[in-house]
Design a protein around this ligand. Structure first.
Ligand SMILES: *[C@@H]1O[C@H](CO)[C@@H](O)[C@H](O)[C@H]1NC(C)=O
Ligand SMILES: [Zn+2]
Length: 499
């Protein structure tokens, strides 16, 4: 989820340990084949080896638009920041407005009719041959986290605009079978208002109108912020943001993987099978506050030590759910098996009162973030966790409360759209590399995306793009120029053949 920087997408049916085993056992063999393939196909193979010279690139697949210009635009957007020295672009900030204007200009140049909606989302649309048929929406977000990388979100927007521009340059834009609309969502990361997906949730009709009254840290409401930016919004007009599901055919999104799987298999693109469900909890442990020097160890009710035990319990439970979950019968096998592949749990924030080195704390609170593809499995983990937390707290004579903060069920990507995206990705990889021996990998997303909100409106599909070291939400985030090209080519192929 946006406010939580780390996540781990997982390859379907391959547990991490299995993957690691395969890689360590077979790496020498892979390496030999890789070297042989480099030697036998010199013209194309360098494209996957990370060499970024533009010499010798095939001119057939629009490298000047999909690669050179796309990378230049991503780099330009990467400098549009509210902060000095690092990238920060929160909802409707001056930098966000500037980035939105740039994006809108590029949409127009690609042949799209553009507008800004009442949540500040930027739209660019072409009607194609039949304006009344259902539209394909392609989107991602233009906001960023604090000290962000330059590909998260913007890669999806820029590759969509680039693909449309190729069609425009080739005179094919008017021949699209259905309307195509590129959307740059104004808020996905949720940094400013601590409320994620403001942009996409409003279009999908799953944002409550009360969201207009939420306040940022300085007490400014969402409605104020919109008004300050000359966007008049009322409760009535808010409801008009929602798209009619009958007018939409589907939603697709290209996004950096933000995990290490594609890099480990050596491929630029992967298809997302689904987005993990997520629960956030707040655990409060209350003990007996006292003097660090005078209360004997045997007489303490220390909430900090209790919290430490609870956090280690969470880690063990999520590493080995099969050792913990013992509910009856047939569903156990399925649930536990699916959990082992995708369950991840994190304590990312902890605080205590009064927080002084010579005081036994009176109260400790920490957050819990639990994600899994299997919603029932995730609930089973929370149930088991709660029981064991209360056991430990009883034993330690501290009082514990568990407060649910957020719950989102997993989203399955549409199987039809996914196989269309898969064949588009395959075509793109083949066009760049000549031959592709591997199948396009199918991954899970541990991170939330606009596609999650859009799934309430229409069928969704996603493509992941390899990023270096799986790193994101960091200035170290990096995507190879060739992989930017691959992403644009995949969308181009989708528009050409899959509508
Ligand atoms: C355009 O699309 C609409 C809705 O799908 C359909 O009813 C209509 O027949 C289409 N028109 C043409 C000319 O194909
Ligand atoms: Zn993102």
């Amino acid at each position: 989820m946006p406010s939580l920087p780390r996540f781990s997408p997982l390859i379907k049916s391959l547990s991490n340990t299995h993957l690691k085993m395969v890689i360590t056992h077979y790496f020498p063999i892979f390496a030999i084949f890789f070297v042989i393939s480099l030697l036998s196909t010199p013209a194309s193979a360098h494209l996957y080896s990370g060499v970024e010279d533009t010499e010798g690139i095939s001119n057939d697949w629009f490298p000047e638009i999909l690669r050179v210009e796309a990378v230049a635009r991503l780099t330009e957007l990467g400098k549009v920041s509210d902060a000095d020295g690092y990238l920060e672009r929160t909802y409707l900030s001056p930098a966000s407005i500037k980035a939105g204007n740039l994006i809108r200009g590029w949409m127009g140049e690609a042949g799209l009719r553009t507008w800004v909606d009442q949540m500040g989302n930027i739209h660019g649309r072409v009607e194609g041959m039949n304006a009344s048929s259902r539209a394909l929406l392609i989107g991602s977000h233009l906001d960023t986290v604090i000290d962000a990388g330059m590909f998260d979100g913007t890669l999806g927007i820029i590759s969509a605009i680039s693909a449309v521009k190729v069609l425009n340059v080739n005179g094919q834009l008017g021949k699209l079978k259905r309307p195509v609309e590129v959307i740059a969502f104004s808020d996905e990361e949720g940094v400013r208002f601590q409320s994620t997906f403001l942009g996409s949730a409003a279009l999908a009709g799953v944002l409550s109108v009360s969201a207009l009254q939420i306040q940022d840290k300085s007490g400014v409401t969402l409605q104020n912020v919109l008004n300050e930016n000359y966007i008049e919004i009322s409760e009535e007009s808010f409801f008009q943001l929602k798209y009619n599901p009958e007018s939409v055919w589907g939603y697709i999104e290209v996004h950096i993987e933000q995990g290490p799987v594609l890099e480990s298999v050596g491929l630029p693109l992967g298809v997302v099978k689904g987005i993990a469900g997520q629960s956030r909890l707040k655990v409060t442990v209350r003990g007996s506050q006292g003097h660090a020097g005078t209360v004997p160890m045997s007489m303490r009710q220390d909430p900090m030590a209790a919290a430490a035990e609870l956090i280690v319990l969470l880690e063990s439970l999520c590493k080995h759910p099969d050792d913990f979950l013992s509910y009856d019968g047939h569903c156990k096998g399925i649930t536990v098996e699916s959990l082992v592949g995708s369950l991840v749990c994190t304590v990312g924030e902890i605080s205590c009162w009064p927080s002084a080195s010579n005081v036994i704390p009176g109260e400790t609170t920490f957050t819990v973030d639990i994600r899994a593809m299997d919603d029932m499995g995730r609930e089973a983990v929370i149930y088991e966790l709660s029981n064991r937390i209360h056991q430990i707290c009883d034993r330690r004579a501290v009082s514990c409360s568990i407060e649910p903060k957020h719950n989102a069920n997993a989203v399955a990507c549409d199987s039809g759209l996914s196989s269309q995206l898969k064949s588009a990705a395959y075509t793109a990889m083949k066009r760049i590399a000549g031959e592709v021996s591997n199948d396009v990998p199918v991954l899970m997303s541990g991170a939330g995306h606009d596609a999650m909100a859009m799934s309430h409106l229409t069928k969704v599909g996603m493509l992941f793009v390899r990023c270096r070291g799986g790193i994101s939400h960091s200035p170290a985030e990096h995507v190879l120029d060739d992989d930017v090209w691959a992403a644009g080519l995949a969308l181009l192929s989708f528009l050409e053949t899959q509508l």
